[in-house]
Design a protein around this ligand. Structure first.
Ligand code: SAM
Length: 355
């Protein structure tokens, strides 16, 4: 299908995988896409700019197979992964809507919702006001044509990569990140001792399903937190009534210690081992990623924990290669490994694994 060309603008219907990522991590997101493309013998080309906050992979494969290959849940450096069915360039500024509605008419789909987004980058933030007003116009037009229905399992994404380049994608609600821009909005809990509490909260939210959280995070479970001070991660566990042994030479938050759920030991996180196996091991020590991966693998191999969430601080160079190597080390002793560069992660990724 080829969609209308208006004035000097152009529209194309070639399939493109659009991945949103942390600005600056486009090279890693690209490497991840290329690795998957190679594994599945896809033919395509990458389009990216450092700092853009997204990567586009243009290819000729059909939407359904791409959806299976680039599933957002399995990607590490992408917060959202969309399969775009149309791309517009140099849309007339007075009427960007009509060419898009023509493309939508040709698809004949009904959507539960529409999200108009721009990249999480400095340039992308300048488009926020445009996205908001365009979003209102788009919702009105979809309503008028009866193309919005809350019963639909599809969501329309209008992605303003820039003021002049726009992608349209139809995402399956159950198979795409359920937050605009792939960023869950979390509120900092006032009682938590450090902002990094949001990192563990986001990890539990993004890497586990609601069912898994209910099954695997239960009151009276036990946990060890390596590199716990001042206690942001420990707080997340104690908040769920899990008993935590917090390992750190630094001081822990007093109120947290008074909860009666936390035992603080001033020990070396690399040497500490619990007398009895625990349900959870969490680890936020700032160390070489391979050293952390080897430590976590040892705990899993020795049966000392069932579930783990840990942070890997990535080196300056070869971040993708180092990520793969570390995940292989852990994967050798885990039945399931899931990793993501979270919104609250900077030069790092967060990993969940279970025995
Ligand atoms: N997750 C914590 C929170 O939410 O408040 C923040 C942890 S901070 C990024 C890293 C901590 O790891 C520091 O408090 C540091 O003292 C601790 N640490 C580093 N190496 C350690 C080691 N070998 N043993 C125990 N703690 C260590």
């Amino acid at each position: 299908m080829s969609v209308a060309v208006a004035g000097s603008s152009s529209a194309s219907s070639a399939t493109a995988v659009v991945c949103y990522c942390r600005a600056g991590f486009e090279p890693e997101c690209t490497q991840e896409i290329q690795a998957l493309a190679q594994e599945h013998a896809l033919d395509g080309s990458i389009e990216t700019d450092t700092g853009a906050g997204y990567v586009v992979y243009n290819c000729t494969s059909d939407e359904t197979s791409l959806r299976g290959i680039f599933d957002w849940r399995h990607l590490i450096f992408a917060r959202q992964s969309l399969i775009a069915f149309a791309r517009f360039e140099n849309l007339p500024r007075k009427d960007r809507l009509t060419p898009m509605l023509d493309a939508l008419a040709a698809r004949g789909e009904v959507f539960a919702d529409v999200w108009v987004e721009s990249p999480d980058s400095d340039a992308g933030k300048e488009l926020t006001a445009l996205c908001k007003s365009f979003g209102n116009a788009m919702v009105g037009a979809l309503r008028q044509r009866k193309w919005l229905d809350t019963k639909s399992r599809k969501r329309l994404h209008v992605f303003f990569a820039s003021g002049d380049v726009v992608f349209l994608a139809s995402a399956e609600i159950d198979h795409s990140a359920p937050w605009p821009l792939g960023i869950p909005r979390l509120k900092f809990p006032r009682e938590a001792p450090s902002r990094s509490t949001l990192k563990l909260e986001e990890a539990l939210f993004v890497l586990l399903s609601a069912d898994e959280r209910a099954k695997w995070l239960k009151p009276a479970m036990t946990a060890v937190d390596l590199g716990a001070a001042p206690g942001g991660w420990t707080w997340q566990l104690a908040y769920r009534s899990i008993r935590v042994t917090a390992i750190d030479n630094g001081p822990m938050d007093r109120a947290l210690l008074q909860s009666g759920l936390v035992t603080h030991l001033r020990e070396d996180g690399f040497r500490f081992r619990p007398r009895k196996p625990v349900d959870w091991l969490v680890c936020d020590m700032v160390e070489q990623p391979r050293r952390i991966a080897a430590l976590i693998a040892q705990w899993l191999a020795d049966g000392l924990c069932r579930y783990t969430v840990f942070n890997l601080k990535l080196p300056m160079k070869k971040r993708f290669e180092e990520t793969r190597l570390c995940l292989d080390i852990v994967g050798a002793h885990a039945s399931d490994v899931r990793a993501r560069q979270l919104y609250h992660d900077r030069e790092e990724i967060t990993v969940f694994a279970r025995r």
